[in-house]
Design a protein around this ligand. Structure first.
Ligand code: THU
Length: 145
């Protein structure tokens, strides 16, 4: 995608989010999705300057499937440790469909993401950008010990 490209919906992405969306698309090329054929990629921009990507990995026991967003998050913590903070997220798929992050992924991202972090994803009417706090207004949290 071009920098600052205008999306189908008329949303204009800044160059940083457009690049993150490109990274998500590249990650989707590695999708293991023989059951749904739905190829998803996610890219997380961390406050340490690093970008970490992930893709969905399905399983023949369907419930064991991991989504692209959680795949990226697990990778980010594994590489950079538990202090990571996410400042932007991009999600896309190679099927030309809407794919906002699912509820489970929102709850898992909530643990590490800045509330104001932009989340970019394909919506039914084109690419959409929303602050994370609007995607998960009432996440569940426990006090950390
Ligand atoms: N999927 C994701 O990777 N992210 C989401 O937020 C929603 C769904 C994957 C899981 C499964 O491999 C396929 O999409 C169809 O549900």
């Amino acid at each position: 995608m071009q920098m600052g490209a205008a999306m189908d919906s008329g949303t204009v992405l800044d160059a940083r989010l457009a690049a993150l969306l490109d990274e998500a698309g590249k990650a989707a090329e590695n999708s293991y999705s023989p059951y749904s054929k739905f190829r998803v990629g996610a890219a997380l921009k961390l406050t340490n300057g690093e970008t970490v990507t992930g893709t969905n990995v399905e399983n023949t026991s369907f419930g064991l499937t991991i989504c692209a967003e959680r795949s990226a998050l697990v990778s980010a913590v594994s590489r950079f440790g538990p202090a990571i903070r996410i400042e932007a997220v991009a999600v896309t798929n190679l099927n030309g469909s809407a794919s906002p992050p699912c509820g489970a992924c929102r709850q898992v991202l909530a643990e590490f993401i800045l509330p104001e972090a932009p989340v970019v994803f394909p919506a039914p009417d084109g690419v959409k950008v929303m602050p994370f706090s609007e995607l998960l207004p009432f996440g569940f949290f426990l006090k950390k010990k």
